[in-house]
Design a protein around this ligand. Structure first.
Ligand code: ADP
Length: 371
């Protein structure tokens, strides 16, 4: 059934794409060829053995051909105008969302957050790494996870490490890449993003500040949001359990601003709190950011750890940078390398305050308890 659906669409888009190509319409050719490649990839995923290889290879060739065509330069057109072009309301201009290089960050680069890592391994990494076993047990890779917590606690780092730990293509997108004042363009951008991610499946889409894309609908006047939120919901539901797994990772510092529909089961199945580092994690962050710099013998990580309670990972990185900047300035002024000293670290510490205040921490704690 699914195979038949993909076969019909693959052939239809391929014919239309080639016709558009011959007829001198590269933009439309690109769209249709990307769609046909996407359906062929889906067929490959549903096949086995040699057939799977042949289909994957052909799909790759189609994708390459489509990517070689120039991206759209024509003015954006509304969704209604576009309907009828290809019987599919979407401009799958995959070039807009390039696959980022696989991040070389792994879990070892993240200090602490052990329970978060464990949860991510169980729910995400293992199902992606052991797909056959996962399918025997009815465990589906992909789906949506929401990382929430104060700024600078390593949510973005965690998303990059998930991609680094798996063999997944990684798409990182800012809401500003999606949002647009032009009618229909935000929806179109979102469709393009998913088309590109499907073509590269298994893949991870990471959207930072997801609250900007899916704010509470009752609190926004924006008609773009009124249309975009249901579309995000539909995409999230569409890919759970699909044969082309996509993991959708959203990060937010304001989970309470998110549209509640997006948090229901089947959408963001996992909501993971990424909090401030504890003492062990703070020590490790300090170590990570100091170890490659010239250090005096008197550096005492235990004291620095104890004195930096309440600091986020990003705050600790800034602390090390500040102390390094000072030592660097003295070094160039004196013409001799002056290592970072305990005194320099303590001075930098006294000049900085934790970026997360206790009121906002309390708000996260109560959100966590309620959700
Ligand atoms: P968030 O997405 O939560 O706002 P980021 O992941 O962008 O935070 O963190 C900013 C920077 O702070 C990271 O690039 C990293 O250098 C540092 N950092 C934050 N948390 C950690 C951590 N747990 N371990 C190591 N570095 C961290």
């Amino acid at each position: 059934m699914a195979l038949e659906f993909h076969l019909t669409n693959y052939e239809r888009y391929r014919t239309q794409g080639l016709e558009a190509y011959r007829g001198g319409d590269p933009r439309r050719a690109k769209f249709c060829l990307l769609k046909s490649a996407e359906h062929l990839f889906q067929m490959a995923n549903l096949s086995e053995g040699r057939l799977r290889d042949v289909r994957s290879r052909r799909a790759g060739e189609l994708l390459e051909m489509a990517q070689g065509l120039p991206a759209s330069t024509s003015p954006r057109i509304s969704k209604d105008e576009r309907r009828g072009e290809c019987d599919d309301a979407g401009d799958a201009d995959g070039s807009r969302f390039e696959v980022a290089e696989r991040p070389d960050v792994t879990f070892d680069d993240i200090a602490g957050l052990e329970s978060v890592k464990e949860e991510v391994r169980l729910k995400i990494i293992y199902p992606f790494q052991h797909r056959e076993t996962a399918s025997r047990f009815g465990v589906h890779p992909g789906g949506g996870i929401l990382l929430y917590g104060p700024p600078g606690t390593g949510k973005t780092l965690m998303a990059r490490a998930i991609a680094g730990e798996t063999e997944c293509a990684f798409f990182t997108v800012k809401p500003s890449d999606i949002l647009s004042k032009w009618v229909g363009e935000a929806e179109q951008n979102f469709e393009s993003l998913f088309a590109a991610a499907r073509a590269e499946s298994p893949s991870i889409i990471f959207i930072d500040e997801i609250d900007a894309l899916a704010p509470k609908r009752e609190e926004t006047q924006s008609s773009v949001m009124a249309r975009l939120v249901p579309q995000i919901l539909a995409e999230l539901e569409g890919f759970s359990g699909s044969d082309a797994p996509i993991l959708f990772v959203g990060a937010t510092n304001e989970p309470w601003s998110l549209d509640s529909a997006i948090l229901r089961p089947g959408r963001f199945d996992e909501k993971i709190y990424v909090g401030l580092p504890d003492a062990v994690a703070r020590r490790r962050v300090l170590q990570i950011y100091l170890e490659d710099r010239p250090l005096a013998d008197d550096i005492d990580l235990d004291v620095l750890t104890a004195k930096s309670s309440g600091f986020s990972g990003a705050d600790l990185r800034n602390l090390c940078r500040r102390a390094a900047d000072d030592a660097f300035l003295v070094s160039i002024a004196t013409g001799q390398d002056q290592p970072i000293t305990q005194c320099g670290m303590l001075r930098a510490l006294s000049e900085l305050n934790p970026s997360v205040d206790s009121a906002s921490l309390a708000r996260f704690e109560s959100y966590r308890e309620e959700n």
